[in-house]
Design a protein around this ligand. Structure first.
Ligand SMILES: Nc1ncnc2c1ncn2[C@@H]1O[C@H](COP(=O)(O)OP(=O)(O)OP(=O)(O)O)[C@@H](O)[C@H]1O
Ligand SMILES: [Mg+2]
Length: 225
């Protein structure tokens, strides 16, 4: 048994829209140990992104408990929650979510500005990370001048620049051709194996999910082993 970095018990999450209630998560129990690589699968609408938002402290559960890296986050308010999020979690999304009129290296530096790191240190740290991700000659490109795979590598660098212990990736290969998707998976695998980054990956592709240590499935808001 390892040390749980994500510990969720009986988590419910309900959305109500125009008087209609959708129970997006129903009694979810999830334990992820530090250093694990877990894939979460499930059909469209099964609650994957909702679960990712709760894991990532972008949203709080309606009921149940959630302890992240030893801290009970359900007890925290907005600012404290944002601090825990910035310190603990890096996000990677299907659509990259880079700032369009900002160069690749400046996108990667962005979280360091919020973390209050001085300008010179920021550039240095962003460059070293980008070099390790094969982006040495793409630092000053704008996102629109990069391929999908390169944009996703910039997004991964941005997610990691604050050295969070957890990386959350929601369909990170969903917009990529199979070769770029394979490259992104190789990077995630190496981050996990070499650097011990805990990874939670959401995907609907079984071939992608197989690369994780453990696969879980969401069906209609319920998590199955
Ligand atoms: N902000 C919201 N307001 C109302 N209902 C929502 C909201 N977000 C999600 N839902 C509903 O909650 C359920 C779960 O949605 P979620 O986005 O978590 O699914 P998903 O598994 O990520 O699907 P996909 O594979 O299509 O991305 C769906 O029925 C969805 O319509
Ligand atoms: Mg989703």
């Amino acid at each position: 048994m390892g040390i749980p970095i994500i510990l969720m018990q009986h988590v419910d999450k309900c959305y109500s829209l125009d008087g209609v209630e959708v129970q997006a998560l129903r009694g979810v129990d999830l334990t992820v140990d530090s250093g694990e690589f877990v894939a979460i699968m499930g059909p469209s609408g099964s609650g994957k992104s909702t679960l990712m938002n709760v894991i990532g402290c972008l949203d709080l559960p309606d009921s149940g408990t959630y302890t992240l890296n030893g801290e009970d986050v359900t007890a925290l308010g907005g600012d404290a929650l944002a601090r825990v999020r910035n310190r603990t979690i890096g996000f990677v999304f299907q659509s990259f979510n880079l700032l369009p009129r900002t160069s690749a290296v400046e996108n990667v530096e962005m979280p360091l500005i919020y973390a209050g790191i001085a300008k010179q240190g920021r550039r240095q740290r962003a460059q070293v990370l980008m070099e390790s991700l094969g982006l040495t000659d793409r630092m000053n490109h704008m996102p629109s001048q990069l391929s999908g795979g390169q944009q996703q590598r910039v997004a991964i660098a941005r997610a990691l620049v604050n050295r969070p212990p957890i990386l959350l990736a929601d369909e990170p290969t969903g917009n990529l051709d199979s070769r770029s998707g394979e490259e992104v998976m190789n990077i995630l695998e190496e981050l996990n194996r070499r650097d011990g980054v805990t990874i939670v990956l959401i995907t609907h592709e079984p071939e992608i999910a197989k690369r994780a240590d453990r696969m879980l499935t969401l069906r209609d808001g319920r998590l199955e082993g």
